[in-house]
Design a protein around this ligand. Structure first.
Ligand code: NDP
Length: 453
C-alpha cells in the first residue's frame, strides 16, 4: 500500500490534506517524460522561454492572495510575509524575463581560431530537493533560471508543503510550459535516492539542512553528478560602537525574526561591541517585545509558528543546553507546540549550541565583545559560511575586511538578503555553488568551448 503524506496547519494543528506517495512506476514515467521534453525544450529559442516566464509572473500576480494563504496554512508564515514572498518571485521572473537572452548568449573569445566562443548548453533533467521555509521562493529561484537555460526540472519538495509543490507545477502547466518541463514528485527519501542514481537525472540542487546535504551529496558524488548545495547558516551580525542604532535597529530585528526566524541567512549571533552593548540590548529588546505573535492568516501577525512542532523541539533543546552552560534568558522563551516566542539570550559563550549550531527559529544569541578585532574573530568562528553583516559608521574600514570574510556574502549596514540580480550561496558547511543572477542561470549548463578553424 502506498504511503501517505499528511500536511498539517502548524497553527491549528489540523490536517489540511492527505496525499499518497507516487509509485515507482509513476516516478519512472515522470522521469522519462522529463527527458523526452528536454529534447524539444532545449532547442526552443530563448525568447520562447522568456515569454513563458512573463506568464508565470502574471499567474503569480493573479493568484497572489491564494498562494500566500496556502504558504501560511502549510508552514505558519505570517500572511504579509507570504504575500511578500510571492512578490519577490514576481521580481525574480521579471529579472530573468528581461535578462536571460543576453546572459545566455554565446560568449565570443578571440583566439587564433576564425571563431571561438562558449556555448551555454543545458544539461538535461535536473532534480530539485527543496525546503519548506520559503516554499515558493526557494523553488522558483532555482526553477526559473534552470528551465530558461533549457533544462527540465523534477521537484521533490519538503513534504509539509506538498500543496505548494503541486500549486507550483500547476502554474507552469497553466501558462503553457510543455508537459514534462516542470513536474512535482511526491516521493520518500529512498525514491529520491533512486532518482539521483538514474542516468537520466543529470544534476541535483538541494536547499535544506546540513544532514540532508551530506546524504544527498554522498549519493550524487558516487554518481559524479553535478550538485548545488544551499545548506544552513549561522550568520553573525556585528554591531560596532559607532553603529547608528536609530537607523538600523529595525533591520537588525528583521534580520533575526523574519519568517519567524526560519531563514538560512538570518542573523543568528549578534556580536556587539561593549561601548554600545547596553543601548543595543535595550532598543533590540523593546522592538522584539513589540512583535505581535498570532494567527499567521491575520494581517497584523508578525510572528507565526514554526513550520512543525518537532522543529520547536530542536530549538527548545538548543536553548536548554545553552542555559545549562550558563546562558541567560534575557527575554521570552515561552513555547507552545509549534509556537516559539521571540527570545533573546545573553551571556552566550562559544561552546553553547546557540553559538555553534544553526538555530532555526526566533532566538537571538547576543555576545558582548571588547573590540572590533574580537567581533570579527567570533563572527568567523563557525562551521557555516553563508554571510556576515556589520553595522558601523566606518564603511571604509569595513571594506578592508572583505578579503578576510570567508562567507558567500558580506553586507555592510544592511541585513544579508537574497536578490535575483546578485549571486547567492555559501562556503564551508553552508554548501557550494551559486543561485540567482547570471551564476544561477549558468549553474546547470555545459559551458562548451566551440572552436572553428
Ligand atoms: P531537511 O533538510 O530534512 O529537509 C529539506 C528537504 O530535503 C526536504 O525536501 C526533505 O524532504 C529533503 N530531504 C531530507 N533528507 C533527505 C534525504 N536523505 N534524501 C532526500 N531528500 C531529503 O530539513 P528539516 O525539515 O528536517 O529541517 C531541519 C533543519 O534543517 C532546520 O532546523 C534547519 O536548521 C535546516 N533547514 C535549513 C534550510 C535552509 O534554508 N538552509 C531550510 C530547511 C531546513 P522531506 O520533507 O520529505 O523530509
Amino acid at each position: 500500500m502506498a504511503k501517505e503524506i499528511k500536511t498539517k496547519n502548524p497553527y491549528t494543528n489540523k490536517t489540511i490534506e492527505t496525499y499518497r506517495y507516487f509509485t515507482s512506476e509513476e516516478v519512472s514515467e515522470i522521469l522519462l517524460q522529463a527527458d523526452k521534453t528536454f529534447q524539444i525544450w532545449k532547442i526552443k529559442p530563448i525568447s520562447t522561454r522568456t515569454d513563458l516566464i512573463e506568464k508565470v509572473a502574471d499567474n503569480l500576480c493573479d493568484n497572489r492572495e491564494h498562494f500566500a494563504a496556502l504558504i501560511s496554512k502549510e508552514m505558519g508564515k505570517p500572511i504579509t510575509e507570504s504575500l511578500a514572498e510571492i512578490d519577490k518571485c514576481i521580481f525574480l521572473c521579471d529579472f530573468y524575463a528581461k535578462n536571460s537572452e543576453a546572459l545566455l548568449a554565446d560568449a565570443l573569445i578571440e583566439t587564433d581560431a576564425q571563431e571561438s566562443f562558449i556555448s551555454y548548453d543545458p544539461l538535461g533533467v535536473i532534480l530539485a530537493i527543496m525546503p519548506w521555509n520559503f516554499p515558493f521562493w526557494q523553488v522558483l529561484r532555482f526553477a526559473i533560471p534552470t528551465l530558461t537555460a533549457g533544462n527540465t526540472v523534477i521537484l521533490k519538495h519538503a513534504s509539509n508543503v506538498t500543496g505548494c509543490a503541486l500549486a507550483i507545477q500547476e502554474i507552469f502547466e497553466n501558462v503553457g510550459y510543455p508537459m514534462g518541463c516542470f513536474t512535482t514528485v511526491l516521493a520518500d527519501h529512498n525514491t529520491v535516492e533512486e532518482l539521483i542514481k538514474n542516468d537520466l537525472v543529470k544534476a541535483v540542487s538541494l536547499t535544506g539542512s546540513e544532514k540532508a546535504g551530506k546524504k544527498v551529496g554522498e549519493i550524487a558524488g558516487s554518481q559524479l553528478k553535478k550538485l548545488v548545495l544551499e545548506l544552513g547558516g549561522n550568520n553573525a551580525c556585528i554591531v560596532l560602537n559607532d553603529a547608528d542604532l536609530d537607523t538600523h535597529i529595525d533591520t537588525m530585528v528583521k534580520a533575526r525574526m523574519l519568517n519567524t526566524g526560519q531563514s538560512c541567512i538570518a542573523a543568528k549571533r549578534f556580536i556587539v561591541e561593549a561601548g554600545i552593548y547596553e543601548q543595543f540590548l535595550e532598543q533590540f529588546t523593546e522592538k522584539v517585545a513589540n512583535l505581535r505573535s498570532g494567527d499567521p492568516l491575520e494581517e497584523d501577525s508578525q510572528i507565526g509558528t514554526l513550520a512543525r512542532p518537532d522543529l520547536a523541539d530542536i530549538l527548545e533543546e538548543q536553548v536548554k543546553i545553552s542555559i545549562e552552560k550558563g546562558a541567560n534568558i534575557h527575554y521570552g522563551n515561552e513555547r507552545n507546540q509549534a509556537y516559539y516566542q521571540p527570545t533573546i539570550i545573553t551571556e552566550v559563550t562559544t561552546d553553547m549550541p546557540v553559538f555553534t549550531e544553526e538555530t532555526f527559529g526566533p532566538v537571538a544569541a547576543i555576545i558582548k565583545v571588547d573590540d572590533k578585532e574580537e567581533a570579527y574573530k567570533l563572527a568567523s568562528q563557525t562551521s557555516f559560511g553563508l554571510g556576515t553583516m556589520i553595522f558601523t559608521a566606518d564603511v571604509e574600514d569595513a571594506k578592508k575586511h572583505i578579503i578576510h570574510i570567508e562567507d558567500g556574502a558580506f553586507f555592510i549596514n544592511e541585513m544579508v538578503k537574497s536578490d535575483p540580480r546578485l549571486p547567492f550561496g555559501g562556503t564551508k558547511n553552508s554548501g557550494y555553488g551559486r543561485e540567482l543572477s547570471k551564476e544561477g542561470l549558468l549553474a546547470f549548463t555545459n559551458k562548451k568551448t566551440v572552436y572553428i578553424k
